[in-house]
Design a protein. Structure first.
Lengths: 202, 202
DNA sequence: CAATTGGCATACGATGCGTATGTGAATAGG
DNA sequence: CCTATTCACATACGCATCGTATGCCAATTG
């Protein structure tokens, strides 16, 4: 019987990540007491330090998990759109939709950068940008996107605009209406990447 | 002699703000000990609590000061460009340049949002966005910018892209070269706001 | 079955925070 | 000019949280 041991360990890690994710996503990283949320998982800080080194290490694990989930959702969008460009646009709007969740805003956009620094430097947490970069690269090779721009750079800039878009919608009095306005402006900005004439010809 | 009293008070406030700004901008908000940086200003936490209520209140004051300085620099750029659109673009690139400073990245883009929430909701700290919004509104009325988009929304999205642009340049191995690439991509995105044909006719 | 690993808890010291309270100097009123 | 009061700021205390050092028990290994 080799499994129970390994299973229990994995379960402990998962419980810690889940408990921390709940705490970080609601009251925030700084306000989350390690004693409190480890206790809510039926554990102590001893387990936390053993598995993740410190509070920042646990945050990294939480972020890696969320990033993975976001990447899955981004990739699920695939191939429903009539053109590759439209597909890319859909990907972006999906990203904005995900970014509407308070947990994602708090952990990925606010506390994460404050504690771990520039998100672009995070290990194991750039799946979404990677996906967008790939698509931009393809679109550029196909002649849909203007040749001058660096795909990864563009993906990063779009990411920044996306997160602002999501925050604006989420903090609005009328999210439904604001969403229309914001997404329209966002798509307009994306138009800047298109070659003049014939975006829908590919 | 009514002055010395008021002057001393103002000086105390200024010293606290300056000391906090240095601490927040270098080691970061969370790591900055109130005992330490008040002492470095020749004061104690008593003065801090008296004037600013708590650590967050002091951060708000620091942010208001930085925002004011950024707005001044943005407005100084005025009227050097041949067209109003070019003027707006220059404003954006100036914003990116300012955002290259580690102190601004740390306080305005990372710690600030984590501690005080969405920057769009900050009181007394939206001068830059306000300025950009005004220019976009004018440009739209003049027919340079496409009519559909909401100016403030667009300004916010551009702001998000700008901060990403700055972070990418600042964290690059070769900031000079990266700056060219990033600014080029950024300007390309801005093109999306222009009406087709004749951007330089106004 | 004995030895050892390691997953996790407990205990301790240190640090930083918020509040309550104290103090001395500057102002205002008579 | 003298007294009372305000108020800017310091000091003192208790509490929460963190990191580390240590201990224990179950599970694996040979």
């Amino acid at each position: 019987m080799h499994r129970p041991r390994k299973e229990m360990i994995a379960e402990t890690r998962a419980k810690l990540i889940t408990a921390a994710r709940n705490a970080f996503g609601t009251i925030g990283y700084a306000e989350a007491s390690m004693d409190d949320f480890t206790a809510s998982a039926g554990l102590t800080r001893g387990a936390l330090y053993h598995h993740f080194g410190d509070k920042k290490g646990l945050l990294q694990a939480v972020i890696a998990e969320i990033d993975g989930e976001m990447a899955v959702r981004i990739n699920e969008i695939a191939s429903k759109a009539p053109t590759r460009w439209q597909h890319f646009v859909d990907e972006c709007t999906t990203y904005i939709e995900m970014a509407l969740e308070p947990e994602i805003q708090r952990i990925m956009f606010r506390d994460g950068p404050a504690v771990l620094g520039d998100p672009a430097q995070w290990p194991n947490a750039n799946a979404c940008v990677g996906s967008m970069t790939d698509h931009l690269t393809s679109l550029q090779q196909e002649g849909v996107v203007v040749p001058g721009v660096d795909p990864e750079t563009a993906a990063r800039l779009i990411n920044g605009a996306s997160s602002q878009a999501a925050q604006r919608i989420a903090n609005s009095n009328d999210p439904e209406a604001t969403s229309k306005t914001v997404v329209a402006a966002f798509k307009q900005l994306l138009e800047g990447l298109l070659k003049k004439q014939g975006p829908q010809s590919v």
